[in-house]
Design a protein around this ligand. Structure first.
Ligand code: HEC
Length: 124
């Protein structure tokens, strides 16, 4: 409880700050320290082709995957680890959470219909 009362002013303050949590997440998603998530994961996290190239196997593509249904834990882990394509980010928990919430809000309808699809899914 004591911890909560210490935290409360901060929560109240951020609630009243001039940009909303959604706008904050949007800003972070589009410009996190230089390399924007949107550049690889698309405008709303739906994923996109980053680059295509030709090699001995023919036409290949590097894709930023669809991250709309990723969990917060997956997102936190992903931004903090090294990958072949995706850069490592130094974002705080709050910043990642804001990005996560932004994508969840923006893709609310997609996520809901996706959940429906899962429950109605017929196993093949
Ligand atoms: C240069 C391109 C690029 C950028 C920029 C980028 N990503 Fe990614 N991301 C990828 C690729 C490619 C993958 C899939 C393969 C991998 O893990 O490297 C991925 C995977 C992910 C995953 C899934 C991890 C899992 O466990 O399945 C999440 C979540 C994610 N990215 C979030 C983000 C967020 C949030 C940002 C911005 C802070 C971001 N990415 C920026 C390319 C990128």
């Amino acid at each position: 409880m004591r911890y909560l009362s210490l935290l409360l002013p901060i929560l109240l303050f951020s609630e009243e700050s001039f940009i909303s949590h959604y706008e904050y997440g949007e800003m972070l998603y589009n410009n996190p320290r230089g390399v924007s998530c949107a550049e690889c994961h698309g405008k709303s996290g739906e994923g996109k082709v980053i680059v295509t190239y030709q090699d001995i196997h023919g036409k290949e593509a590097i894709k930023g995957i669809d991250i709309r249904t990723k969990t917060l834990a997956e997102m936190l882990k992903s931004v903090r680890t090294y990958h072949k394509v995706m850069p490592r980010y130094y974002l705080t928990d709050e910043e990642v959470k804001a990005i996560y919430d932004y994508l969840k809000t923006k893709n609310k309808h997609y996520i809901e219909s996706n959940e429906d699809n899962h429950t109605n899914k017929v196993e093949m």
